[in-house]
Design a protein around this ligand. Structure first.
Ligand SMILES: [Zn+2]
Length: 85
């Protein structure tokens, strides 16, 4: 009896701060995501800033009763991989 093939979930590496904007290729700036989701993310947002992404989501994609905002993290919550001074 043949088993059903197991779907392969291809992964990709996404840079949280785009390399084009100075993001580094270090672990603190990289996250592994599903390749299919990665393609769609960049189709929607390219290398837009968090503020631009929040505006697009608020104006087009989410329930009009809500607004998304992008707030910078505090030093304590720094995930840039640059380390906290
Ligand atoms: Zn990416």
């Amino acid at each position: 009896m043949r088993r059903k093939p197991v779907p392969v979930l291809e992964t990709d590496v996404h840079h949280r701060l785009p390399r084009a904007s100075g993001g580094k290729g270090i672990n603190g700036n990289k996250v592994v995501v599903l390749k299919s989701q990665h393609v769609h993310y960049h189709a929607l947002f390219a290398d837009k800033t968090p503020h631009q992404i929040a505006k697009i989501l608020s104006e087009t994609w989410i329930d009009k009763r809500f607004v998304l905002v992008a707030l910078p993290r505090t030093k304590k919550d720094d995930y840039s991989g640059e380390g906290v001074a």
